[in-house]
Design a protein around this ligand. Structure first.
Ligand SMILES: Cc1cc2nc3c(=O)[nH]c(=O)nc-3n(C[C@H](O)[C@H](O)[C@H](O)COP(=O)(O)OP(=O)(O)OC[C@H]3O[C@@H](n4cnc5c(N)ncnc54)[C@H](O)[C@@H]3O)c2cc1C
Length: 401
């Protein structure tokens, strides 16, 4: 399914991650510390600008290669996959699709080199699943916009130098052209970081509240056009969900590999390999991972083609957009649940040994359920899938009605 070039990219990426990133992940997780050092190493390889065209300082690769990177990171640490997924998929992704040439020239080289880290701030206290219910507002004052409100649970929030912030510019049209996306830089007056969450899982990734108190953002920092915000957010989430699935696939594969290792390698456990109930678990994991892998890379390829068409400003039929969104929701929900099931089975196989603090499985157990929640809970993914199949959406922009 992958080309020989893509397989070679995987081989090199995996070797690099095992050699340079893996040794420090337990420490970062236990200390709940942001892995800046590892991000610098990824930047030095060009991986923080993986899908950015070469003319803006990136590697010029695509969504499939992004998936490969996230899968390989997911194999060793979901927190690293989350940080890089937010930077590449949720910040760089929409800039590539919707930014002006001046904005691309200004931000993409610095994002690609890792000089700056990106974030995406949509969620608010009353607007998680119901994204239309945001209250952060942006009022035009002269040639600036003044933002007021706060965002919660922003991945990379306290570390990101550039955040795509979604705010209401027209309160009477929340779902339809009422929301605008802004490129907000750390250091813009009135922009501060609030509470940084402490989490059970993906502890090395930071999740922060962002506060906008009369925050002044120049009009030139609007991403796309005024009123395009919801479309930009949902398009970014399509790509993000496919990338998230790739990270979860890595977790599932690692759970299977570790289970096989445990059952076959430990002499003291030699009787375990013949237990049919455990063999059944191995087979169940393998079957689900096989399906998850096919659907993840199929969808990443589809997203790649779709994004290319969007970047060329082609007129894309509503049904085609819905089809891509539906498939991204399918892989997000399915693969994140495959990963959670695989980790639980691996824990049953390894029993008490897998639960020791500092063991990979113990960490995967804490990390894996989060993929079922963020970038839209799996309940919401099921609504998107069902509503598309049943023809129930009244509006492309509706995450839910
Ligand atoms: C670690 C982490 C990182 C995150 N990073 C980011 C980020 O970078 N940027 C960002 O903007 N957001 C981020 N989020 C927020 C995340 O996307 C939201 O948490 C998620 O969308 C769910 O919203 P909520 O927590 O407000 O839950 P709610 O919307 O309050 O939902 C609560 C429960 O009700 C269910 N529910 C809600 N509505 C319906 C419905 N209509 N039908 C059926 N069930 C429903 C949900 O499935 C859920 O089980 C992050 C979250 C986490 C945990």
């Amino acid at each position: 399914m992958l080309s020989s070039k893509q397989e070679e990219f995987r081989r090199q990426t995996r070797n690099f991650i095992i050699r340079e990133i893996a040794p420090s992940i337990v420490d970062y997780d236990l200390k709940e510390e942001f892995p800046l050092d590892n991000l610098n190493k990824l930047s030095n390889q060009g991986l923080m600008g993986l899908q950015v065209p070469i003319k803006y300082g990136g590697m010029g690769l695509g969504e499939v290669e992004c998936g490969i990177l996230l899968e390989e990171l997911g194999r060793i640490c979901s927190a690293h996959a989350t940080i890089v997924g937010a930077h590449l998929g949720l910040c760089i992704g929409p800039i590539l699709l919707f930014a002006s040439e001046a904005q691309k020239n200004k931000y993409l080289p610095r994002l690609s080199s890792g000089e700056i880290i990106g974030g995406f701030a949509l969620t608010e206290l009353a607007a998680g699943s119901d994204v239309k219910n945001i209250h952060t507002s942006a009022k035009k004052v002269g040639s600036d916009f003044v933002l007021n409100g706060s965002k919660i649970f922003c991945t990379n929030g306290d570390r990101a130098n550039l955040v795509i912030v979604f705010a209401l510019t027209n309160k009477s049209h929340r779902s339809d052209r009422g929301i605008t996306a802004f490129l907000v830089e750390h250091g813009m007056p009135g922009f501060t970081v609030g509470k940084v969450e402490s989490k059970t899982g993906i502890r090395a990734s930071t999740t922060a509240e962002l506060v906008f108190d009369n925050c002044v953002v120049p009009e030139e920092n609007i991403l796309g056009r005024p009123g395009m915000g919801l479309m930009i957010a949902l398009t970014a989430l399509d790509g993000g969900r496919a990338g998230l699935a790739a990270g979860a696939l890595g977790v599932a594969e690692q759970a299977l590999d570790q289970s096989i290792d445990f059952m076959t390698n430990d002499k003291a456990q030699s009787s375990i390999v013949n237990r049919q109930s455990l063999q059944g678990m191995i087979a169940d994991m393998a079957m689900e991972i096989f399906a998850a892998r096919l659907m993840t890379y199929n969808t990443l390829q589809e997203v790649h083609e779709y994004f290319k068409r969007l970047a060329r400003k082609e007129n894309i039929l509503r049904d085609s957009r819905h089809h891509v969104s539906r498939n991204c929701s399918i892989v997000k929900a399915y693969v994140s649940e495959v990963a959670s099931r695989a980790v639980r089975k691996a824990l049953e196989i390894q029993a008490v040994e897998g639960l020791e603090v500092g063991q990979p499985l113990e960490r995967y157990f804490r990390d894996s359920s989060i993929a079922e929640i963020y970038e839209g809970t799996n309940e919401i993914q099921r609504l998107i899938i069902a509503r598309d199949l049943l023809g129930l959406h009244s509006d492309k922009n509706d995450e839910e009605e």
